[in-house]
Ligand binder design. Sequence first.
Ligand SMILES: *Cc1c(COP(=O)(O)O)cnc(C)c1O
Length: 373
Amino acid sequence: MLKRPFNFSAGPATMPEPVLRQAAAEMLDWHGCGMGVMEMSHRGKEFMAIATEAHNDIRDVLEVPGEFHVLFMQGGGLGENAIVPMNLCGPREGVSSPAEVITDFVVTGSWSQKSAKEARRYSDARVVASNEPGHHHDIPDPSQWQLSGNARYVHICSNETIHGVEFSELPDLAALGSRAPLVVDCSSHIASRPLDWSRIGLAFAGAQKNLGPAGLTLVFVRDDLLDQAMAICPSAFQYKQVAANQSMYNTPPTFGMYMAGLVFKWLKEQGGIPAMEAMNRAKARLLYDCIDQSSLYENRVAVACRSRMNVPFFLRDERLNDAFLSGAQARGLLQLKGHKSVGGMRASLYNAMPLEGVQALVDYMRDFETTQA
Ligand SMILES: *Cc1c(COP(=O)(O)O)cnc(C)c1O
């Protein structure tokens, strides 16, 4: 069997190989029905079975409580940056214009910054804490957040894919004196560790980092937040509509749902989230230890906030960048170039990246450093 290279892309990203093989085998004929999945009516019994299983499996895997709806949507993470405020910033007694609706944002990197900017089109979006002065290398202590008394929601990005900063624990807004629901963009570490649902009002994730192909977005929304949409919110993006129609208000991203469904089954076979978390810890430790022990490589994120999923690192001599990348490519270590806004390198260690892949990367990094000495 062909041995595939290790792909460290930040997203769209590496997929579990058994999932790709199964999808390939079923491409022309799903379970003997004579059709491939992308050729089926989304309302036919075959696809309904696929959708129901995907729905049940993700609830199981993530231990989603009953009061949350799981929605399979389109529009990606950036789409949700608008879809969330359009769903949560509707009129309330005493509040008539969007300018009077306050939303709170904790800025910890590029993604949360984009979320705040987009929400400003629909609300008075306030940055209540920011790590920008420290170049997005840490997470402002929640006790220092300047939370608004009457915000509709508080938004965080629990794993900043570009800057490699991750919340190791979700903030407890109630303990901070806020009654606002917490909105979490968990696109790039969903299913890599448990989610504390007791602290969450709404969570969303584009699928293309840890769950499946681009084009599918998962939204988890608590029941009491379904009924606060602005009038301008498109019907196809209204959580209430989508929930009432089991994500079939309009045609959902059927092939993406099928692929994500296969990933959910793969996750279960691997031992679920506890097994994933243990593996992700081990992978991250291996790479950060290599970086910290070297005199060539450097990671600038505060140790307590280092992401297990996305590890940005730099070569202290940047003139070696091209040689590092072409040597990596030659060893079958793909897509290690850092995001253009940060530079350097970035290795994404999503669930589908095996320990063996990180070991191969670390071996290469040590060899490369030795040849430079
Ligand atoms: C990738 C990513 C997004 C953007 O997703 P799109 O599907 O490109 O809109 C948003 N938030 C985070 C944290 C991401 O990693």
